[in-house]
Write a protein that binds this ligand. Sequence first.
Ligand SMILES: [Fe+2]
Ligand SMILES: [Fe+2]
Length: 211
Amino acid sequence: MNKIFQFILIITISLVFSGCNNFKPKKSKEDLKIAFNIESTNSEKYSKYAQAAVKEGFDTIAQLFEAVSKSESIHAANHGKTLEKFGIDAGSAEVASFEVKSTAENLKAAIKGETYDMQTSYPVYIRDAEQEKIPEIARSFTWAWNGEKKHFIYLRKAQESLIKGNQTNLPYLWLVCPTCGNTYCISDVKALCDFCLTKQENFLGYRKTAE
Ligand SMILES: [Fe+2]
Ligand SMILES: [Fe+2]
């Protein structure tokens, strides 16, 4: 009986270890950790940029920074959850140091960061995840990548408005999809999130209109 038990135990342990060895999303795993830290840093940074914008009296730009900060935190959470699905404890993010300057300078820095993520980081991460055939990781990266493209457009508009001095005309209300972090200006919000199909009524910032 003991020998049978030992045999079963050895087989079980062998299967567990062989399963672990077969899972080798090495590059994607590293990419996810980096992206998790970058998104967490960006979320904190934009939150501080929002506070700086309030101090300068740029309320519309502060609202945009707040929405983008929330969006980045959802990207970070998705990357963290994806790491955990593969048995890797994301732990606390390593938030990099950053400077908070004037809103004009903060917008410039934000646009530079979004450009890099949009053109360089995420295309590489998505390629790695596709090469390693991990669709779940590719999806987390793709949601963030598509989100960064929208952030870039919104931040550029804010920068142009600030230069012209008509920032008060910028949108004040923003909605953020809680599933994928997609960010919507109130004027172009959709019934369903165009990245993940979450219903608009679940978006963060959603307000039911009086019937
Ligand atoms: Fe972004
Ligand atoms: Fe979404």
